[in-house]
Design a protein around this ligand. Structure first.
Ligand code: GTP
Ligand code: MG
Length: 201
């Protein structure tokens, strides 16, 4: 799929105020600093569409971006950032629960995972929560430019092993890098296919 246009629409802390249009929506979620905002910029060929930072906790709101005038990409705040207060953790949990509970437009979530790390409990628990709440998701491994191909394979195998202990199948997954466009076509074509299934594209 070619990206012909990508525009910022709105930031919200209240899910009820998110755009009402019934068009397909895809949400990027994952630990703080995993590269959610950077990946949105890479996919849309716009360096500063979503705000990125070397410091975790940059994205604090639900950000909607309108792509090709007919579907939304959503940049969400990260989880698992140790240095936020208890009250902001609670606020985060509340609006993430509401977001996934209320957005009927959501076709699929993408859970972003830093390819450099061993499987992390916080990510596995979050994915389990999505399963229990009936939210479809795929995994996007980020920062693949930081590892050699062999190390990438080893890390994917570690994920498969741990996931197949609990689930029958490994979720669909993508290997990406926001710095060198690895995985760009795969992710965009996957979304294109899902949009096609929604008969809206
Ligand atoms: P929060 O909004 O804080 O939850 O973070 P985020 O997940 O949106 O991460 P963000 O895109 O802001 O990126 C965090 C840091 O990782 C930045 O310094 C990025 O430049 C860096 N980064 C993101 N993606 C990649 C990548 O694919 N490769 C490399 N090498 N660095 C990356
Ligand atoms: Mg961000």
């Amino acid at each position: 799929m070619d990206i012909k246009s990508a525009e910022f629409v709105v930031s919200n802390s209240d899910v009820a105020k998110c755009p009402k249009a019934l068009i397909p929506e895809y949400a990027f979620i994952g630990r703080s600093n995993v590269g959610k905002s950077s990946l949105i910029n890479m996919l849309t060929n716009k360096k500063s569409l979503a705000k990125t930072s070397g410091k975790p906790g940059k994205t604090q709101l639900i950000n909607h971006f309108l792509i090709n005038k007919n579907w939304h990409l959503v940049d969400l705040p990260g989880y698992g950032y140790a240095r936020v207060s208890k009250s902001s953790k609670k606020t985060f949990q509340k609006f993430i629960t509401q977001y996934f509970g209320l957005r009927e437009q959501l076709v699929s979530a993408f859970v972003l995972v830093d390819i450099r790390h061993e499987p992390q409990t916080i990510d596995l628990e979050f994915m389990q929560w999505l399963v229990e709440n009936g939210v479809p998701f795929s995994i996007i491994f980020t920062k693949a430019d930081k590892l050699k191909p062999k190390a990438i394979d080893n890390h994917i195998e570690a994920y498969k092993t741990i996931m197949l202990e609990t689930w029958e199948d490994m979720p669909t997954y993508f290997i990406t890098s926001a710095t060198n466009d690895i995985g760009k076509d795969a992710v965009l074509n996957y979304i294109d296919g899902l949009n096609g299934n929604m008969k809206l594209n």
